[in-house]
Design a protein. Sequence first.
Length: 141
Amino acid sequence: MASKLVCWQCGEPLKGIPKRITRFTRCPVCRSDLHVCRLCRHHDPAILGECRHERADRVVDKEQANFCTYFRPRRDAHAASEDPAADSSRAALDALFGIEAGESGTNKPDPRAAARRAREELDALFNLGKAADSEDNGSSG
């Protein structure tokens, strides 16, 4: 069963993954968590709470590892994430509000890029980058 599964994020086959997927199991290709709602057969974004299991606790982030004991892997998790109707609706909303294609924030941001951007803004706020440059110029000459 596990060899026929594909990663919910990148779509690569999950070969060599243990049959029991724990909350620490990651995709060997993209390193995404695998014990997530998006890979579960109970996950359904069309309903309230996005889970069809009546006893499961609510999970806020559907793309992060969780402790759900009702988790059951779904083979078509990667294909199910591509929804043309949702894409066309998103494009219509973006056009309505004047948002350029790709700007709407539908892709999950890279946390390292966000941290790097925040660090650059902090350095710019306190002129740390310029102070370091002027110290280097002063000590060498």
